[in-house]
Design a protein around this ligand. Structure first.
Ligand SMILES: *[C@@H]1O[C@H](CO)[C@@H](O)[C@H](O)[C@H]1NC(C)=O
Ligand SMILES: *[C@@H]1O[C@H](CO)[C@@H](O)[C@H](O)[C@H]1NC(C)=O
Ligand SMILES: *[C@@H]1O[C@H](CO)[C@@H](O)[C@H](O)[C@H]1NC(C)=O
Length: 248
């Protein structure tokens, strides 16, 4: 029994001091539930984190890449192809809060976001059959997002603790303005294209609410998977100082 304990304290010792710190330099650990520190650390980490950390297997979030995403919209089917989403690097962090005893963590931010890429549209719009492809640009001014996560801690096969995301939900707001631009929408009817753009851009909020969910689902899932990879690569102790609060 005694030997056993010694063995584990030694193992702990090596985990703490025997290896180089795995966490990138830009991560500043916080004491548990320290909101001021969490906000500061997140603000500091965002530009680095969104750039990606290939050495930890964490892909970039700015831009992030959409190979293909198909969205039904008012009798049409629109696919985005080889799209890039820019802007999260410059997110403004509005709040970060945790209640670690309940394993809850939330982050709130807003950001100007642009989606650039190809599109294909098929179906019918304004009673005109449409079968087009071209370039799409969608620009969201002050896109707001709050992500609420339930976390937990697991111990890997080396005895190192890691955070993991059990589940999450989010709320978004499409902010101040969404601007849509699809080139080549009606090849031989430029007026029709103008009318449709006017319609989309006048009713930007309605369109975004109808249309945005699959894109936001995709983006949030990607961001959460990215955070998860980061948690897997980095020990809990290098993110949060002090003993792990017991679950309440
Ligand atoms: C919370 O974090 C701030 C900023 O890092 C620090 O100045 C303060 O001492 C911390 N408070 C506690 C209770 O640890
Ligand atoms: C987004 O752009 C608007 C208009 O250019 C600007 O006022 C706002 O501060 C920007 N927001 C962010 C989060 O950068
Ligand atoms: C869409 O973008 C093209 C090319 O940048 C530009 O010429 C056109 O005026 C834009 N249309 C709208 C509705 O913003």
């Amino acid at each position: 029994m005694h030997w056993y304990l010694t063995f584990f304290s030694l193992a702990g010792f090596f985990v703490e001091y025997g290896f180089t710190r795995l966490t990138p330099e830009f991560i500043h650990p916080c004491t548990v539930d320290n909101r001021t520190c969490l906000i500061q650390s997140t603000i500091y980490a965002i530009p680095y984190f969104t750039k990606g950390m290939p050495e930890l297997g964490v892909p970039p979030l700015d831009p992030f890449y959409i190979e293909r995403l198909t969205i039904p919209l008012a009798g049409m089917k629109i696919s985005f192809l080889k799209g890039n989403v820019f802007g999260f690097r410059k997110s403004v962090i509005d709040n970060v809060e945790s209640n670690f005893a309940r394993r809850k963590f939330a982050i709130e931010l807003h950001s100007n976001v642009t989606l650039n890429g190809g599109y294909e549209a098929t179906g019918k719009i304004l009673n005109f059959p449409i079968n087009q492809e071209g370039e799409a640009k969608i620009k969201i001014t002050n896109f707001k997002m709050i992500v609420m996560m339930n976390l937990d801690i697991m111990t890997d096969d080396k005895g190192v603790n890691h955070l993991f995301i059990k589940n999450y939900k989010y709320n978004v707001g499409y902010g101040d303005k969404v601007h849509y631009n699809f080139t080549n929408l009606f090849k031989s009817h430029p007026e029709l294209s103008r009318t449709l753009h006017q319609l989309l851009n006048e009713h930007w909020k309605l369109v975004a609410e109808e249309f945005g969910k699959p894109i936001v689902d995709y983006a949030t899932e990607l961001a959460v998977r990215t955070i998860e990879k980061f948690f897997l690569a980095v020990p809990y102790e290098e993110l949060i100082e002090g003993p792990i609060p017991s679950f309440k």
